[in-house]
Write a protein that binds this ligand. Sequence first.
Ligand SMILES: O=C[C@H](O)COP(=O)(O)O
Length: 312
Amino acid sequence: MTTSLADVASSGATLRAFLHGLPGVDRVGADQRAAMLGTRSIKTTAKAEAIDLAIRMVDLTTLEGADTPGKVRAMCAKAVHPDPSDPSVPKTAAVCVYPDMVGQAVDALAGSGVKVASVATAFPSGRSSLEVKVADTALAVAAGADEIDMVIDRGAFLSGDYLKVHEEIVAVKAACGPAHLKVILETGELATYDNVRRASWLAMLAGADFIKTSTGKIQPAATPPVTLIMLEAVRDFLAVTGRKVGVKPAGGIRTTKDAIKMLVMVNETVGEGWLDPDWFRLGASSLLNDLLMQRQKMATGRYAGPDYFTLD
Ligand SMILES: O=C[C@H](O)COP(=O)(O)O
């Protein structure tokens, strides 16, 4: 049975009552369950399939002040052909860049099927007016972004102004038009697991297509327990509303082992329906090379070494 939650955000009081009425997160239980899922091993064929799936789920990211058009073009080439010597390696899902680099990425990826995602809304702090955030979003979409990764106003959230956070997400979603909206919770600043659950629901209620853990600029970022809590939130949100939302852990995911732990967690928490780049992404600047090295090791029995692949 599905329920409409349309009136939950009709006032700050109703929204607060709803979010604080969510069941509390058992911190010890969440930590233990995430750790337990991280110990599951997968072997041979399943591991090879998991590596290719992880590659297909990567949002290959560069979000540095020193980003240049050349760096973005090189990253786009790598997203399309992660290992130019091996055409069997799949493409990544997307590249993720700052708004001023969207045009470069769109040109470099034309016809490839790799999406262009752009951070917006005064990433990473979110400290700007709503007008500027909406304009930032609209300009990135006009430049050709397929996906927008926005940050929530953590100051508003932590001071209990949930309605402001909700209104901003609604406004940015409207500015996205056809582009998909990923809402970054910046879980490393949310202080408690209860807040991670509340922020997940808040973002989904406001229209997020995806919920994303982190900007990559704050530690801790995409920890297993936080990812687990967000997966449980999308599962429960689907059960209540009938609407499916994706999840994107991002920040600090560097190894094949990290990525496979995430896939095991997806499978065990929300099931195979989320084991698809349409519903699960891995935001990472330097994971892809490790996936390529492990893939080659599985195929040839030896490591090529990090110098064999171009830099992420
Ligand atoms: O959205 C993705 C993150 O910014 C990437 O973080 P990372 O550099 O720790 O992989």
